[in-house]
Design a protein around this ligand. Structure first.
Ligand code: GLV
Ligand code: MN
Ligand code: MN
Length: 437
């Protein structure tokens, strides 16, 4: 079996129980039993590839391939191992598997670098367990300072208990932070999760930037009452108000620039029984755009529309900001190296594109320069069990990753010379991505 095929086969193996918490499909939330089983399996693969493996204080798995010299800084490569509910098998995991294969490729050839390579499988990118995402990534990047940690999941289990059950400790969570000097750069390979590469018949693409995101929690309080006796004109139905709000949010998303998207993906209705007018509703709002400005203007419009609906329907509304991820440009110099690597791997002039999906790289960019490689996926389908990749594309992705690492190594002695420079010029990083999502 080729290395690309092995990476795919490993994602497939990790796509069901015991690596999933859902016996009927793939659901691997942060710190669940599926997550634990997955880390044991990945750890064995990392060791077989020539790395030492450890789980850090935030539940991330880290394989380390030593440098020519001890205690060297590391080039970090990877993605996330957690998943959404009813997930596909490659979102995140393929990037981790490709990282392991890249190290295996060098180890088999006895090739070592002046820098170490660390393959990381982040534990929480999706935010599918607790109400915020990228907890484990932010722990590594050292950006958890402002984040309240008294979080609970939908079953009422606290982050402290979940960490404890995993053999970790909330008190030590922030100790997963890596000192800046430990890490040279972060490079992530990931399925595109969109249709562009397939439409253009390309195996690979290079990410120039990642779109900005906001996540809110909206809570509505109406008046619960008997569904048979409460007259229609006297009702303060929280679900009917929420329904109108969902449609308003969709309308605002539709009315904006092409890069703007707005989604309500989760809703809780209380008491949630057929014969009671709903008194309480909680729902999520996810707003993304290529620029922070477009995203923030849309969020203001959403807030105004929701306030208006709540007022008209006489329900109480509170909207709480849960996550703010700014538009993230990839490092221009590393992006140039990745473009060269993709050109070598595929023999075609590379396509650069902006990612509408969020990635660990957004958070890691707060610590170190980042670069991202995209792999074509079938019909652009993702966050769905039908997610699929082609083995030949994964082989090409592996060639691009190993070529990138060689180029990174020759860019200077410590591999950091390419950072920030495109075509030998220092390039300012501008998070203005209008119209490219
Ligand atoms: C993660 O996949 C996200 O884009 O929300
Ligand atoms: Mn995802
Ligand atoms: Mn992902």
């Amino acid at each position: 079996m080729g290395a690309g095929a092995r990476a795919v086969a490993r994602c497939d193996e990790l796509g069901s129980a015991p690596y999933s918490d859902d016996p009927a499909g793939l659901f691997r939330p942060y710190l669940g039993p599926g997550h634990k089983a997955t880390l044991e399996r990945i750890s064995a693969w990392m060791v077989a590839a020539g790395m030492t493996a450890r789980i850090d204080a935030a539940g991330n798995i880290i394989g380390r391939y030593e440098a020519l010299v001890p205690d060297a800084s590391a080039l970090m490569i990877g993605s996330h191992v957690d998943s959404v509910r009813d997930a596909g098998r490659y979102d995140g995991m393929l990037g981790v598997m490709l990282g392991i294969e890249a190290v295996a490729w060098f180890a088999e050839r006895g090739r070592r670098f002046p820098f170490a390579i660390e393959v990381i499988g982040f534990g929480d990118e999706e935010g599918s367990r607790f109400p915020v995402s990228m907890l484990a990534t932010r722990a590594v990047a050292g950006s958890l300072a402002e984040q309240p940690l008294d979080l609970t999941d939908r079953d009422g289990i606290g982050l402290d208990t979940a960490l404890h059950d995993f053999g970790l400790d909330l008190e030590h969570l922030r100790k997963a932070a890596r000192p800046r000097e430990d890490v040279l750069a972060y490079v992530e390979s990931h399925i595109e999760q969109g249709p562009v590469l397939e439409a253009e018949d390309r195996a690979l693409g290079v990410v120039s930037a990642i779109a900005a995101q906001l996540r809110f929690r909206a809570a509505l309080k109406g008046v619960a009452g008997h569904a048979g006796t409460m007259a229609m004109h006297l009702r303060h139905d929280a679900l009917a108000a929420a329904a109108e709000m969902v449609l308003a949010i969709e309308r605002i998303g539709n009315a904006g620039t092409e890069d703007l998207v707005a989604t309500v993906g989760h809703m809780t209705v209380r008491p949630g029984v057929p014969n009671v007018v709903p008194g309480d509703v909680i729902f999520s709002i996810d707003i993304r755009a290529g620029t922070n400005t477009v995203r923030d203007q849309a969020a203001d419009t959403v807030r105004a529309a929701l306030t208006d609906i709540a007022h008209r329907r006489q329900v109480t509304l509170s909207v709480e900001l849960q996550q703010d991820l700014k538009a993230t440009p990839c490092d221009p110099g590393l992006t140039r190296l990745m473009e060269q690597a993709v050109q070598t791997a595929t023999g075609t002039v590379p396509r650069t594109l902006v990612s509408g999906a969020g990635h660990d790289a957004m958070v890691m960019a707060g610590l170190v320069p980042v670069s991202m490689l995209f792999l074509r996926c079938r019909a652009g389908i993702s966050h769905h069990p039908d997610e699929a990749v082609m083995k030949d594309d994964v082989e090409a992705g592996l060639r691009a990753m190993t070529d990138f690492i060689e180029r990174f190594a020759t860019s200077t002695v410590d591999g950091a010379g390419a950072v920030g420079k495109a075509d030998g010029q220092l390039t300012e990083q501008k998070p203005d991505l209008t119209g490219h999502v």
